[in-house]
Design a protein around this ligand. Structure first.
Ligand SMILES: C[S@@+](CC[C@H](N)C(=O)[O-])C[C@H]1O[C@@H](n2cnc3c(N)ncnc32)[C@H](O)[C@@H]1O
Length: 213
């Protein structure tokens, strides 16, 4: 399948789904924010003053860092998700919203954020789109700022589309992610492989830094 079609397919599926209500249930939030999860451990290393959350969905992770932040930008390629976030956080002047094109962060200024992260979304993205987002992450991070990405570590079938693979993981590996981050000018500070849906090492969690000046 050609890349543009694959990216479009991922967005289409996320447009008409009951995922968001389901994912907001406490037992599913606990996969991320429960005691001693790798997500909590890695997230604790972010400063979270000026935060960019990529592919924020309906904003279920926002309450975890909202109190710490002085400014938050929620990005998602689906306009309807950005609308839901606006409604949910209505009146919170420190949050701004960006329905992007699924490829870049061109509306955002350089060197603004001390923390960029994405959970439970990049696992599905096309590798080529992740390459774009890594370059954009390098650009929008402050020097010394950190980015934390939850991505796929499944690279068995390069021509499969995401829905062919276990847990809808797209083609990616920790090694390829490390290579792309390096070429985008980001340093890998920490990286793990972890189980998802009872599949050992299906996912990767990678903490990146834009080198300080
Ligand atoms: C499985 S949902 C996860 C949402 C949120 N991160 C969460 O954990 O609740 C995936 C999200 O990624 C967004 N998305 C899909 N492809 C995208 C892309 N290329 N760029 C930005 N967002 C995208 C979808 O609109 C959806 O909100």
């Amino acid at each position: 399948m050609e890349k543009a079609q694959a990216t479009h397919n991922i967005l289409q599926v996320h447009e008409a789904t009951n995922y968001y209500d389901h994912a907001a249930k406490p037992e599913l939030l606990a996969q991320f924010w429960g005691d001693h999860t790798p997500f909590v451990r890695f997230f604790a290393r972010l400063r979270c003053d000026v935060v960019l959350e990529l592919a924020a969905g309906h904003g279920r992770h926002v309450p975890q860092y909202r109190d710490k932040a002085s400014r938050i930008t929620l990005v998602d390629a689906l306009e309807q998700n950005i609308v839901r976030c606006r409604e949910r956080f209505d009146g919170d002047g420190k949050i701004d919203y960006y329905a992007n094109n699924g490829v870049d962060l061109s509306a955002l200024d350089d060197s603004v954020y001390d923390s960029v992260f994405s959970y439970d979304a990049m696992v599905h993205f096309e590798l080529v789109d992740i390459w774009g987002y890594l370059q954009e992450t390098r650009r929008v991070l402050q020097p010394g700022g950190l980015a934390l990405f939850h991505h796929s570590n499944y690279s068995l079938y390069p021509t499969n589309i995401w829905t062919d693979n276990p847990q809808n993981r797209n083609f990616m590996s920790n090694a390829i992610f490390t290579h792309m981050a390096d070429r985008a000018g980001l340093k890998v500070v920490d990286q793990i492989a972890m189980e998802w849906g009872r599949v050992k090492d299906l996912d990767g969690l990678t903490l990146l830094q834009r080198p300080p000046l």
